[in-house]
Each structure stands twice: as C-alpha cells, then as structure tokens.
Ligand binder design. Structure first.
Ligand code: FAD
Length: 275
C-alpha cells in the first residue's frame, strides 16, 4: 500500500562533485515515483541560488519540485524577489519556514515567525503556491511549552498553509498525539511525518541534539554497541525506521516525507520494504 503523499528532501550541493552525486541519487529515487522532491534553503538566503538551480534541474528532469523558503535574516523585498523568481520559473509548491540563523549572522530580518511568512506569501501571491509548513510532534526546542508550540502551529496553519511536514522522530505515539491535538484545535490539513533514515550514529546524535528529536534509549544503546560496524548500523536502522513507517501508515498518516541527506540507498530500502 503506497501513500499518495510521498516526498523526498535534498539539500543543494556545494560542489560540482556533490551536484553529480545528487543527480545520480535523484535518478535512483525518481524510480520510486515520489509526488515531489523538496530542496532546502539556507537561512538569510545563503543557498538561494543553489536551491533554485537544484529545483530547476529537478523540473527539467520531469518531476515536481518544491523549494523551501525561510524568512529569518531576510527583508520583505528579498523574499518578494525570491517568490517572483519561483513563480516565473513555474514553481507551484513551497515549504515555508522561519529557519535558523547561522551563528554570527547579522540581522534577524523583517519577519519573525513562519506564520508571518505564510501570511506574506498569501498576500503577495494569493493561492498560487501550495504551502507546507513544519510541525514538531516532540516540540520545537525553542518553544515555551508543548501547548504554546501547538498554538503557534495552529496559527501558522490558519495563516494559509495547505499541509505540514513534521520534524523527524522515532516515537510514533508523539506523532499520533500531536495530530489528535491539532485536529481538536480545528486543523484538518494533512500532517505528513518526516522520516530520517538511520545510517550514521554520530551524525544522527548531532542532528538530534540540535533539533530536539529524541532517540529512544534502546535504539541509542543498540546503535552505540555497533561501534564502527556501519553495515550493522544501517541494517538495524532500516529495521527500526521501516517499522516506524509501517506503524505511521497503519495509524492513518497521510504519507511520508524522507530526509534523504542526498543519499538514495536508505530511503530506497525503506520504501521498497513497505511495498
Ligand atoms: P516557526 O513556526 O516560526 O516556530 C519557531 C519557534 O517560534 C517555535 O518554538 C514556535 O513555537 C515559536 N513561535 C512561533 N510563532 C510564535 C509567536 N507568534 N510567538 C511566540 N513564539 C512563536 N531550516 C532551514 O533553514 N532551511 C530549510 O530548508 C529547512 N527545512 C525544514 C523542513 C522541515 C520539514 C522542518 C521540520 C524543518 C526545516 N528547517 C529548515 C528547520 C526550521 O527552520 C527550524 O526548525 C526553525 O528553528 C523553526 O522553523 P519553523 O518554520 O518551524 O518556525
């Protein structure tokens, strides 16, 4: 059983070698027929050209592409220009975010929260874009409380978002509870779980510390016990994440969004195991 709302995320490559690799990754993952590929955007516009270039390549290859757009560190005029560029290039989907500023970056920009960005996009471009926003089943790390974070999520959806993609998590109950709370607050739009394949223990721990995703103790202990045995880490990671995806889909998740990290193998293996 294949969900309709299946998407795969890339980041814009920084080198020619990275671009060649991403092209091969895309060709492999395109065989899985995702609904769209999304491409991340560095806060303050640091990857603006790379995001656009990657999105245009994806479109040339005949696939639907959604650039991410973050507002922190940018002025309204800069965001307007980016939106006009996307529109002129036939782009019709966006993932709208606040973003995180790299340390040492100067100004905060003119919009403080993703809800303001969604309002701005709607004011500037009406219903042209299908807009997805971020959701945090385990709470955004800067939120005052889960209740506050939920209210902020609701505000962002009501500002005009069509759907949401979650931060990654390994605890299906956190997702189901979050969706239930969002439904009670009147949000009917799809909330697609974000899925991070497990391929590298230290990288996973680093990312999870930054974004506040919890790695269950038993998963952490097991991964640590494999040491440098990357084949064992990948095999165990595939089991854990495939099982998570099965539970999410069986429990009514409308699809899956894969954080591919520009690698094909893990996403492909999980997806094929779900068929
Ligand atoms: P917001 O929704 O604005 O929330 C940020 C914080 O502010 C939360 O704690 C929220 O509770 C709080 N808040 C919101 N509104 C208010 C208010 N009115 N008053 C008080 N507090 C409020 N980052 C990038 O830089 N580039 C990317 O391409 C990118 N892609 C992502 C894709 C997905 C699917 C996800 C889940 C995350 C992505 N991120 C990306 C990371 C994201 O930018 C960070 O998690 C960032 O810290 C928050 O962005 P947001 O859009 O969720 O912010």
């Amino acid at each position: 059983m294949k969900p309709h709302n299946f998407s795969i995320e890339f980041f814009p490559p920084k080198t020619e070698e990275g671009a060649r690799k991403l092209c091969a990754t895309r060709a492999e993952l395109a065989q899985l027929k995702p609904l769209y590929f999304s491409v991340t955007f560095g806060a303050g516009g640091s990857t603006q050209q790379g995001t656009l270039d990657t999105v245009l390549e994806i479109q040339r290859e005949g696939h639907l592409a959604a650039p991410h757009l973050s507002c922190i560190g940018s002025t309204r005029a800069q965001l307007r220009e980016v939106l006009q560029g996307y529109k002129a290039n036939g782009i019709s989907r966006l993932v709208a975010l606040r973003g995180d500023l790299p340390s040492g970056y100067g100004g905060m920009g003119e919009l403080r929260y993703a809800s303001e960005l969604v309002e701005f996009i709607r004011a500037e471009t009406g219903s042209h874009f299908h807009i997805e926003v971020a959701a945090y089943p385990e709470m955004h790390p800067q939120a005052r409380s889960p209740q506050d974070d939920l209210q902020n999520f609701v505000r962002k959806m009501k500002a005009g978002a069509d759907a949401a993609i979650t931060q990654y998590f390994y605890n299906a109950d956190a997702y189901f509870y979050f969706v239930e709370q969002a439904r009670k607050a009147g949000i009917e739009a799809p909330i697609v779980p974000g899925i991070m394949p497990i391929t590298n223990y230290s990288q996973l721990m680093r990312f999870s510390d930054m974004c506040g995703a919890e790695i269950p103790r038993w998963v952490r202990l097991k991964l640590a016990s494999f040491g440098d045995d990357s084949a064992a880490i990948r095999a165990f990671g595939q089991d854990v994440v495939t099982d998570l995806c099965r539970r999410l889909l069986a429990g009514g998740a409308p699809g899956l969004h894969f954080y591919s990290m520009n690698q094909a193998a893990a996403t492909k293996a999980i997806w094929q195991a779900l068929l």
